[in-house]
Write a protein that binds this ligand. Sequence first.
Ligand code: NAI
Ligand code: MG
Length: 491
Amino acid sequence: MTFTHYIDGQWQQADSQGSFATINPATQQPIKDVAAGNKADIDKAVSAARNAFDHGPWPRLSGKERGAYLRKIAALINERLTELAKLEVEDNGKPYPEAEWDIEDTAGCFEFYASLAEQMDEQDDDVIEVPESRFTSKAVKEPVGVAGAIIPWNFPMLMAAWKVAPALAAGCTMVLKPSEVTPLTAIALAQIAEQAELPPGVLNIVTGTGPDAGQPLAEHPDVDKMAFTGSVPTGSRIMAMAANQVKNISLELGGKSPLIIFSDTDIEQAVEWIMFGIFWNQGQVCSATSRVLVEQSLYPKLMERLIAEAKKITIGEGNEDGVLLGPLVNQSQYEKVLAAIEKGQQEGATLAYGGERPEHLPTGYYVKPTIFTDVPEDSWIWKEEIFGPVVCVKPFTTEAEAVALANDSRFGLAGAVMSKDLQRCDRVARALRAGIIWVNCSQPTFVEAPWGGYKQSGIGRELGTWGLNNYLETKQITSYDPEQPWGWYIK
Ligand code: NAI
Ligand code: MG
């Protein structure tokens, strides 16, 4: 059976009639065939979204009414929690407890934006003080229109929610193109939208590759806003495509985030957060803290503990009990990560642990947790996003040196600092040029708090009220007192 696209509230045959298989990275076997969308499919989906926005009920509903749909979607996701988490493990490879967490957060994201939608009704218009008593002025918020979303494979359903939930809460209609590597939970989301009786055309989902389905979406003149998460080169291309129609865009791109550890940090805590920061989700995390800077006096002991703990991580198929590291998402990611490890060694870095496939797993895209030391500052592995379970650790002696090393990057998504001296933590947190800073931890993410990057890590912020504003326009309405003559031409 081949899954079809979900367009205008119906399951529609792919225009191209083509399909491709999505693979389980633990077995390297195909799971299901999904429709290979093309420009004609995207055109249909955008026209359905356009029609639903221009003539349908969705943008005209009250926030409370839209919130009720989002709550229904959240409830349906929670009902299917285990099944959806298993689907994510199968398609992406991540350990089951992480997948369960993703799906809970997905439902939580819909609930959060349901509340924000409901609150929109109660919000008074923003009255603006103008220094002229004959005028009154106010600012009102309106949905930006038809939104396009292109998402990656690392948190498939959660990344869909981060875009779909705020867009729908705002009153936008949407066309979503999931990653061709992990399309299955996006298809499940379309089934859920159908079950929730979302009006036709409000949420359309087209599966397919970046060039065949993503590009026509980003280039489409009827799409008012593009939201993208993925790599810097693709993000930059999407920005260029959007430029033709001066589309509103938000981009959440890659990173090479630093974690600075001062010597007063508890060593066990340091090891725990280093590992969580880079081995969670096999290191396929945009905000992964892949560069670790450790104060010299703690460095030798910490390296010893880190390597000892990394050795103990259970690697295997995501559904197996106790597994904390699954396979990488596909063959190309596996090859890319192994090539990066090879390159690091050629560049003169010391491979302190890992760097290879675990002996007991002959099938599946597995790579051991990998630790590099003595990493040259101008090396590729120090500068570029590897997107795998590979960490580079470097000692430093002063706070200023650590901050300078941390900021020496074209990326600025996230950063972290650990120390018992909370004043120092705050000082360093403010000195780091990045959009998300963790103090005495790395990675925990809350739907209420802003998410996004400085520098080449992106444009705009997702989540929280910032995420809602991504899908809203601001309109000024200024009124003049009709009883008062203006007196310019007519005296
Ligand atoms: P990608 O950025 O190319 O893909 C992300 C999404 O963009 C997918 O849905 C893809 O179909 C779409 N896409 C690709 N080319 C497109 C185009 N020309 N027009 C419109 N849409 C397009 O990332 P990919 O190829 O999956 O992974 C490559 C590398 O990107 C990874 O090794 C990793 O380093 C990085 N990456 C970073 C992510 C992040 O969250 N920062 C997420 C995924 C990948
Ligand atoms: Mg897959």
